[in-house]
Design a protein around this ligand. Structure first.
Ligand code: TXA
Ligand code: MG
Length: 333
């Protein structure tokens, strides 16, 4: 019998960063913080290392990885950037925006699930960028959670999900944004498509590109990697049954039993032992996004028989991102 690894959590000292960068350069896995969620990183140009990411997460091979870079020049080494990509990169990189572009030959098939395109992102998180720079490689990194479960926004979340499957976790505190990057398909710059909503809004992207951005609506079936498998209908799912309502009304609140949790977007006027919320203030969708995954995990670790959650109102980018994650978390298995 082989011993199961138990992950070590590293403080972000220069010495630890150098050590973890070495682990990455030698083909190992390191979970590390980004400004969106924690990622499980490996050398994006090392097929064997990237295969280990899929194994650790239990992720199907038809769900491609995002390649993280520390500069636009490095992005050029893995993807073919068109003018539209350069334009949005100039404005939104470093930051929570991933671009899907034609890939270069050096990117192994395992990273892109055999697609001729690659997803690339220049994160703003200093520690993650430092790891990319010190390792000297672009880093492939999906969210650092077992496939299908709620994404991690702290080192403790990563440990809870993958602690027995990986060895190294870099602790950079709680991820600032809390939901994954916006994904924009720019393979055809004349027809940009939004594959996943995130902190960078569709409107802002449309303004910069001077074009309408199509919304990719239909979730692809689990068996297909045709467009973006991340659009799998069920994802981010707690084990506790979760249902969504547009608003938690007084009638719904009265009807809930003591074992049913009520998850509000904004703190309600009247609270009880089964009342939870994502933000203190109205319209604080940045707070709601920041707290979403942590709150879902806390509720899931409780003894609730059911979670009733309401959707965020309005069209703010992070409100839409929160609703997108809630809808997928609630999708029937
Ligand atoms: O904020 C983020 O993007 C985080 C942090 C760690 O950077 N990463 C993240 O990775 O959310 P992941 O693997 O959980 O989601 C990446 C999504 C997947 O749903 C995948 O389908 C999509 O990106 N993707 C990757 N390569 C693609 C490609 N070539 N074409 C279309 N979609 C792609
Ligand atoms: Mg994920």
């Amino acid at each position: 019998m082989t011993a199961t690894p138990s992950a070590k959590i590293y403080r972000p000292t220069p010495r630890n960063l150098a050590r973890l960068a070495r682990v990455l350069a030698e083909g190992g896995l390191v979970a590390a913080p980004t400004e969106t969620v924690y990622g499980l990183a490996a050398d994006a140009l090392n097929a064997k290392a990237c295969r280990a990411i899929f194994r650790a997460k239990g992720r199907p091979a038809n769900d491609p990885l995002i390649v993280h870079v520390a500069s636009v020049e490095q992005a050029d080494t893995v993807a073919v950037l068109n003018d539209a990509a350069r334009k949005v990169a100039k404005l939104f990189w470093p930051g929570p925006l991933t671009l899907v572009l034609p890939k270069r030959d050096n990117v192994p098939d395992i990273v892109t699930s055999g697609l001729p395109s690659v997803a690339v992102r220049l994160p703003s998180h200093q520690l993650f960028r430092e790891l990319i720079r010190l390792s000297g490689r672009p880093l492939a990194a999906p969210s650092a959670n077992p496939f299908g479960y709620v994404s991690p926004t702290t080192a403790a979340h990563v440990f809870d999900g993958l602690g027995k499957r990986i060895n190294h976790i870099l602790d950079g505190g709680s991820a600032k944004i809390g939901v994954e990057s916006t994904i924009l398909d720019l393979r055809d710059p004349k027809h940009p498509v939004l594959l996943r909503p995130g902190a960078v809004s569709r409107e802002a992207l449309a303004r910069v590109l001077g074009r309408k951005i199509t919304l990719h609506r239909r979730p692809v079936p689990a068996a297909s990697a045709a467009v973006s498998p991340g659009l799998l209908e069920r994802h981010y799912s707690p084990r506790t049954p979760l249902t969504l309502v547009k608003k938690l009304t007084p009638a719904l609140i009265r009807k809930a039993t003591a074992r049913e949790a009520l998850l509000f977007i904004q703190k309600p006027a009247v609270t009880g032992p089964n009342t939870f919320w994502l933000a203190e203030a109205p319209n604080a969708f940045d707070q709601a996004a920041h707290n979403l995954f942590d709150r879902l995990r806390t509720l899931d670790n409780g003894t609730w028989s059911h979670i009733h959650a309401e959707l965020a109102p309005g069209a703010d980018a992070l409100a839409l991102a929160v609703n997108d994650r809630l809808r997928r978390a609630a999708a029937k298995r």
